[in-house]
Design a protein around this ligand. Structure first.
Ligand SMILES: Nc1ncnc2c1ncn2[C@@H]1O[C@H](COP(=O)(O)OP(=O)(O)OP(=O)(O)O)[C@@H](O)[C@H]1O
Ligand SMILES: [Mg+2]
Length: 232
């Protein structure tokens, strides 16, 4: 067996009885008890109707939302037990999150947005510049480097958001509707780009998507539903 095939079989994410309840005037059970295993290098598409909990699941996996109950083992460590410092480190080094709503800093230029995660990771200037050039060329956003995100179209901002998520070359990329606001031609480019990245770097991809086209670039599709103790 080749090294890459061996790596592919290694488990990287194990979700155990994951529950998330949003508490407010109305209580919403967004995740009723999810069980999910994902192997290193696997490309998984998460489906399910609007409001079913796809973004909630990705945000829990990303360590930006603490679940109400359950475990999320990433490389065999339960991130639910992490303190704030450990979570910040985890978000910086292990996860690249492409938000459904871009989440770009409006007061920073495109270049500064892409550079920011690398500054947090203490990457030296020369390496930062190299990575920025690589990413903007691949995503065809070179000409926007000096612009503020608000001057860009939805599809362009989406591609900047992808560059930000991938800046530190994270082993796990979580993509929340990464093509939700772009036309089908650019969507195909984005899927190909993410999929090729997984193959080249053995990156694990978990992508929430409504688009049937997304599944063509995935190894597996999981469908969320409102039932307890779901095995995905
Ligand atoms: N911050 C929040 N406070 C309260 N309820 C929330 C919050 N975020 C999401 N919800 C609720 O939790 C449920 C799951 O929402 P989530 O955004 O995870 O769904 P989704 O599957 O990503 O939907 P979509 O396909 O529309 O993006 C929904 O019922 C939603 O209204
Ligand atoms: Mg969502």
């Amino acid at each position: 067996m080749k090294v890459k095939e061996m790596n592919k079989k290694e488990q990287i994410i194990k979700v155990l009885d994951l529950v998330h309840v949003y508490k407010g005037k109305v209580e919403t059970i967004a995740l009723p008890g999810i069980n999910l295993n994902i192997n290193k290098g696997e490309r998984v598409v998460v489906r399910g109707k609007s409001g079913i909990g796809k973004s909630t699941l990705l945000h829990c996996l990303a360590g930006i939302l603490r679940p109400t109950a359950g475990k999320i083992l990433v490389e065999f460590r339960n991130i639910v037990d992490y303190d704030e410092d450990q979570l910040a480190d985890y978000r910086c080094k292990t996860i690249g999150l492409i938000y459904q709503s871009y989440n770009l800093a409006s007061f920073l230029t495109v270049k500064e947005n892409i550079e920011f995660p690398m500054v947090l990771a203490k990457t030296v200037k020369e390496k930062r510049e190299k990575r920025i050039n690589e990413l903007v060329e691949m995503l065809e956003i070179e000409r926007y480097l000096k612009q503020k995100p608000s001057y860009l179209s939805g599809g362009e901002q989406q591609r900047v958001a992808i560059a930000v998520a991938l800046a530190n070359n994270p082993p796990i990329v979580l993509a929340d509707e990464p093509t939700g606001n772009i036309d089908s031609e650019i969507s195909t480019t984005v899927y190909e780009f993410l999929s090729n990245m997984c193959i080249a770097y053995n990156t694990t991809l978990v992508m929430a998507s409504h688009d049937p086209e997304a599944s063509k670039y995935a190894d597996r599709e999981v469908v969320l539903a409102k039932i307890k103790s779901q095995e995905l």
